[in-house]
Design a protein around this ligand. Structure first.
Ligand code: AMP
Length: 283
């Protein structure tokens, strides 16, 4: 596996492979890799000739009060996971190279990022849109894989690629979970033992919503109420948002007809967790 740290060498590598007709798969990450990332890497490995994983903790998607400095960076472990999964290139650019003095471009995907994570974290998706566009420009992938875990992020990336004709096929893969249902996340390591015990309630609440819809309940308010009640069983959980939404626009749905995504974000102590569930109604 090649470790590439500079932007010109990443571009040169991709240009060479593209000239040879090789299909390039890409999994962008912030490192601290777990089985969720691994599933994206494996899916990419199966369908592409060459596979690039980027490891870059992108400063512009964190607000000043967020956890940039203490974000986990187990780089040796991450590289060995990539090596074991047959990754061809681990791309590890520096923040200085990505954002040299004088950097000024902004990219906003306004409608898709207006609510939910976008409302809770106002600068977040601007940072994501810029970093994804820059990485695509250097890696030049044919296919890039994202996790459903970050549903709104994947939706924003799809819109960005469409609007800017970036020419990358975006695939969204299912959320990988711990045995007790907790969605895997690099941030789960921050949970105390007690918080970790409580955290699966998030996926349990989503399951309850899904079950109610499967049972024929279409009243969104009733579904959201039942989910809120499940989360309220633990007083340390603060619900930031919980909403049954249109899976494409991410606008709240007044009533469920064919498809929905249930989006939820909570705080347990100082840790913020997000999760979601896609629901299709079979007629
Ligand atoms: P991150 O390193 O958190 O920026 O995530 C990199 C990619 O991995 C994103 O596309 C995430 O949505 C995806 N990802 C993170 N956690 C999971 C998970 N539990 N299951 C599937 N994909 C995930």
């Amino acid at each position: 596996m090649k470790i590439i740290r500079t932007l010109p060498s990443m571009t040169a590598w991709s240009e060479r492979l593209r000239r040879e007709g090789v299909t390039i798969g890409f999994v962008p990450t912030m490192g601290a890799l777990h089985d969720g990332h691994r599933s994206l890497i494996r899916a990419a490995r199966l369908q592409c000739d060459a596979l690039v994983v980027s490891i870059f903790v992108n400063p512009t998607q964190f607000s000043p009060t967020e956890d940039l400095a203490k974000y986990p960076r187990p780089i040796a472990k991450d590289r060995s996971l990539c090596r074991a999964e047959g990754v061809d290139v681990c791309f590890e650019p520096t923040a200085q190279a990505m954002y040299p003095e004088g950097f000024q471009t902004v990219i906003i995907v306004p409608a898709i990022t207006k609510l939910w994570e976008g409302a809770s974290r106002p600068h977040h998706f601007g940072g994501v849109a810029v970093v994804v566009t820059k990485l695509f420009g250097m890696v030049r992938p044919h296919v890039a894989l994202f996790g459903q875990k970050d549903y709104q992020q994947a939706a924003a990336v799809k819109q960005l690629v469409k609007d800017l004709n970036l020419g990358v096929a975006i695939q969204v893969r299912p959320t990988v979970r711990e045995r007790d249902g907790l969605a895997m996340s690099s941030r789960n390591v921050y949970l105390s033992a007690n918080e970790r015990r409580i955290a699966p309630l998030l996926s349990q609440a989503l399951q309850i919503g899904k079950r109610m819809i499967a049972d024929g309940i279409r009243d969104v308010a009733a579904i959201e109420r039942a989910m809120q009640q499940t989360l309220k069983r633990e007083p340390t959980i603060q619900v930031e948002y919980l909403s049954v939404c249109d899976p494409d626009s991410l606008e709240p749905l007044p009533v469920i007809t064919t498809r929905a995504v249930i989006l939820v974000a909570v705080r347990i102590g100082s840790i913020r967790l997000i999760d979601n569930m896609l629901v299709k109604i079979s007629s």
